[in-house]
Design a protein around this ligand. Structure first.
Ligand code: GAR
Length: 205
């Protein structure tokens, strides 16, 4: 087991269930990633990912957008304050694990080539929300034969796009309900995210 000082500090941003955060926490705890989750931030108070962080003894911070938009402050100010929130934890990498807010340059310039996003579709397919449901519908309409997941770097404000770190295909079966496909996609994501982080952290990404 590495000493805590030797572990690479990660910040993980979540908006929801946090199953991918859990995959990272578990991989860190098992020594499969030479990293530690130093802080978790959510833009949604009820995000279960915050509870997962607390259960793992990781600082869990809530950073809501609404006070900014209703108070006449810009998204850029929200993003700059998000960077300020992370700063004390000195993350080497920022992982967007189900983070449903497009980050602007006001945040990204603090972490050039150090922000990683996970998306439940292949590059160029179904960017934005409900990607799995759209893939499921596209399959049923005969438009695609399968789907996949990807991990990519986030250099700019493009939605779910950027230099690809890793992809994995996901099979769609004719009998799949949306829930079946979601379960298969998430299982693939949990594995791909950890392996992609391992290659990035070891400089092989
Ligand atoms: C994941 O499927 C992730 O790829 C997706 O949100 C889900 C979060 O699940 N992200 C996006 O759609 C980004 N556009 P989780 O909260 O259980 O990790």
């Amino acid at each position: 087991m590495s000493s805590p000082d030797a572990l690479i500090p990660l910040a993980v941003l979540v908006s929801g269930h946090g199953s991918n955060l859990q995959a990272i926490l578990d991989a860190c705890a098992a020594g499969r990633l030479p990293a530690r989750v130093a802080v978790v931030v959510s833009n949604r108070r009820e995000a279960y990912g915050l509870e997962r962080a607390r259960q793992a003894g990781v600082p869990a911070l809530y950073h809501p957008l609404k006070p900014y938009t209703s108070g006449g402050r810009s998204r850029a100010e929200y993003d700059a304050d998000l960077a300020n929130l992370l700063q004390p934890y000195k993350p080497a990498w920022v992982v967007l694990a189900g983070w449903m807010h497009v980050l602007s340059h006001a945040f990204l310039h603090h972490y050039p080539n150090r922000v990683v996003n996970l998306h439940p579709a292949l590059p160029g397919q179904f960017p934005g929300v409900e990607a799995i449901a759209r893939a499921h519908a596209a399959y049923q309409n005969g438009e695609i034969e399968g789907t996949g997941v990807m991990v990519h770097l986030v250099p700019d404000e493009a939605v779910d796009a950027g230099p690809v770190v890793a992809t994995a295909p996901v099979l769609i079966l004719p009998t799949d309900t949306l829930a079946d496909l979601e379960a298969r996609v998430h299982q693939t994501e949990h594995e791909l995210l950890v392996s992609a982080l391992l290659s990035l952290l070891s400089g092989k990404g």
